[in-house]
Structure formats: structure tokens, C-alpha cells
Design a protein around this ligand. Sequence first.
Ligand code: TMP
Ligand code: ASP
Length: 244
Amino acid sequence: MSQPEKLYEGKAKILYATDNPEILLTVYKDDATAFNAQKRGQIKGKGQINCQITAALFTWLGLMDIPTHYIDTPEPNQMRVKAVTIIPIEVVVRNIAAGSLCRQTGLPEGKVLPSALVEYYYKSDELGDPLLTRDRIFLMNIITSQRLEEIENMARKINKNLQSFFDKCDITLVDFKLEFGLDAQQNLLLADEISPDTCRLWDKNDVDPQSRVMDKDRFRKDLGQVEAAYQQVQQRVLAQLKNS
Ligand code: TMP
Ligand code: ASP
């Protein structure tokens, strides 16, 4: 293959073109950022771990009839994906109150929500990923109401499947962020990643509010043992995929 063309470098991944215009290569980095890149660091081995966890979860979701952009992993930290146009909305699904939901509403951390909350944030580093309303989404002409409904339904279906998958890993899925893309035929595909960088994951058998944390909050809040937590998630997810 000729020297790959770098299309985009984000905070956690680099996107390259391949010889096939319908396929892109994502390289997962060990770099970690938080609070819109105000905090920066590295999590050793994170690139490989997040790539493997994403591959496993996208494979599982594919088996559950959820279309994803995932193709395969030619190297431990490299993922081949179908080329899509990313919709500039971060879809956050919450089962338990944590993070910005607690800060913005006063709900106590750990409160189980009566039903899953689906929220939309505008994917813009410049604007700090602000919370969107449905009307703002339509005002900004990002997507149609029909497409938004399709996204919400898919996000809820993904949540149901991920909740039961993580439950079998003895992990509570607190909340997570999804991104969606459109392929050349305008089909909606789950894209980007699902990993401890983009989820809140609590060890089901641990009630201690600090030691139960198995996700990027360990890095955000300087809780230590970040690598060990990511490795533990990887081990449990890969073992569960094998068993399912
Ligand atoms: P929040 O509570 O900070 O709004 O985060 C909700 C979920 O979204 C949490 O699982 C972490 C994830 N997330 C991202 O993946 N990227 C982001 O930039 C932010 C702010 C959150
Ligand atoms: N991913 C975002 C950042 O880099 C925010 C976060 O995950 O906390 O800054």
C-alpha cells in the first residue's frame, strides 16, 4: 500500500485513507484528554485496549442487528471501518445519574433513572460540546426529525443490548456516548468507539464510589490505577464475547 494519507487527527484517534475509498483506517492512540483537552496525559496501552474493546462491542452489537461501521482490526490498535459522514451530534445515554447530569440538575450521583435518558450534544470543540434541544437541532439543520427518531430508537436498542452485555461482565453501564454516521447510500451506522473513554462503567460487586470506577473518570478525577481498570474491562468484555 502507498503511504497512507492522514485525513484527521483527533484527541484519541487518527484517521487514514486506504487504497479503497469506501474503507478508512483508524489508529487508536494512548493519548488521553479530559475537560475539552484542558487536561492531557497518556494511558499506557490504551490505544490497543480501546480498539479491542470497541471491536468486541461492535461485533456483539452487529450480531444484535445494529449496523456499525466496524470491519476488522488488522493490528491491535488499528481498526478498518466503512467510510461514513459523521453526524455532528454526540448522543449520550444515561441509566444512572453521574457527571454533568448531576452537576447541572443537582440529582445525586448513583440515582437510578426511571428510564434511560437520551441526550444530544453538539460535536464542536470550539463551542465546548453544548447540550442541544430538538428544536436547536432542527434550527441548525443538522438532521431531520425522522433521522433523529431513527437515532433515538437505535441508541435505546444499543443501550438495552450493552446493559445486558456489561451486566454479564459484572459491570454496571452508568452512561455512555455514541456517534453515528451515514454511508454513501445514506444508511445510518453506529460509528466511532465504545470504550472506557466513552462510557461510565462501575464494578457491580464494589459499592465504594472510587474503587468501583473502571473508566476514564479514573483519569479525569486522578483516582490512579487507570491502566489496570482499562485492562480489567478489556479482559471481562473479551471473555464475555467468547461466551456469547
Ligand atoms: P458527561 O456526564 O460528562 O456529560 O458524560 C456523559 C458520558 O459521555 C460519559 O460516559 C462520558 C462520555 N463523554 C464522552 O465520551 N466524550 C465527551 O467529550 C464527554 C464530555 C463525555
Ligand atoms: N473527550 C473530552 C476531552 O477530551 C472530554 C472528556 O472525555 O472528559 O476533552
